[in-house]
Write a protein that binds this ligand. Sequence first.
Ligand SMILES: Nc1ncnc2c1ncn2[C@@H]1O[C@H](COP(=O)(O)OP(=O)(O)OP(=O)(O)O)[C@@H](O)[C@H]1O
Ligand SMILES: [Mg+2]
Length: 371
Amino acid sequence: MYLKNIKVNNFRNYKEESINLIPNINIIYGNNAQGKTNLLESIYFLALAKSHRSLNDKDLIKNEEEGFKVEADAILNNFPKKFEIKIANNRKIYKIDSNYIKSLNEYLSNLKIIIFFPEDLEIIKSSPDVRRRYLNIQISQLNKNYFKTLNEYNKLLKIRNDILKRNLKENYFDKQYFEIITNYLIDKASYIYCIRNKYIEKINDLIGNYYEKISTFKNLKLKYITNLNVDYYEYDNNKKLLRERFDELYQAELKSGVTLIGPQKDDIEFLLDKKNLKNYGSQGQQRMAILSLKLTEIEVFTKESDDTPILLLDDVFSELDDFKKNNLLNIIDDNIQTIITTTDLKNIDNKILEKSNLIKIENGKCITRGE
Ligand SMILES: Nc1ncnc2c1ncn2[C@@H]1O[C@H](COP(=O)(O)OP(=O)(O)OP(=O)(O)O)[C@@H](O)[C@H]1O
Ligand SMILES: [Mg+2]
């Protein structure tokens, strides 16, 4: 898939801008703080209805404005499709082909994005919730039902925790209702375990090869960690195991006032030769592991959806040495729409520059258009 253009209105430091893109490599260049990352962010937002770097949508509204709009003409599986997201009066409005889309679930997982950005290392370094969030975003792009189930799960978890908390604080406990909620929760959790596990398995089939291509070492694997100490593969089996575990924990949960197990506690480890990169890896090894993960995901996304995702590369070249830079660009297929930001075109090989669409950004305006 690819975008033919991106149009922004009152988004970050852009007043109104429309930029044409080519299906291959597009390079957005310009000095610091001109709006390069903002443009990538607008594409990410159009696809995922959220920002990759800001938790509050309000940050994206141009200063002193009330709302913003991002639009693009895309080609998906060879068919044209128009996407639009607007924030107006504190509401998010989605349109596909000019038709209003009621639910986020229906809007999402059309445009698929893989993004490389400087803060990516946080996926390895940070706390488990960062890794869970990443995993959820990636799987949701491929699987609408996962996104829906995850939302349902989170609602049920909140209700269940409220019941447990109320028992602790007010000594009020409706056991029958608690059991109903627990059963629903087990249902959703089992599905989430299954899908997460399958996704990690798909990654593990490929990630070692990518790691070898950029680093010459091979033994990189992801390990999916649940707090249940069991391998989770089958939906029915998951349900049975969860039921047993909840029965064992019944008294402990009443005492602690919170749900003690479930996918909200999962984690992923990046293992290089069976050692956790979070504690043992050098900065370079961690960076290469993340690059390998993303390259693997390009392949997984392409296979799963019969179409290539769109790649956003934010400033990644400034942090890689020449060897890895060229390796990275050689590994990425020419057929994948890639949108790169850089402060300096010198960071990029001449051969690549010749075939790229060069877009110069200055103070929220596009001042040179290549195409
Ligand atoms: N809501 C907003 N309204 C207006 N301007 C904003 C808003 N949010 C951010 N900006 C401005 O956008 C600019 C930053 O843009 P961006 O992050 O895209 O820079 P960049 O070109 O990627 O720079 P660098 O090369 O340093 O990464 C800053 O000048 C910032 O003040
Ligand atoms: Mg930037």
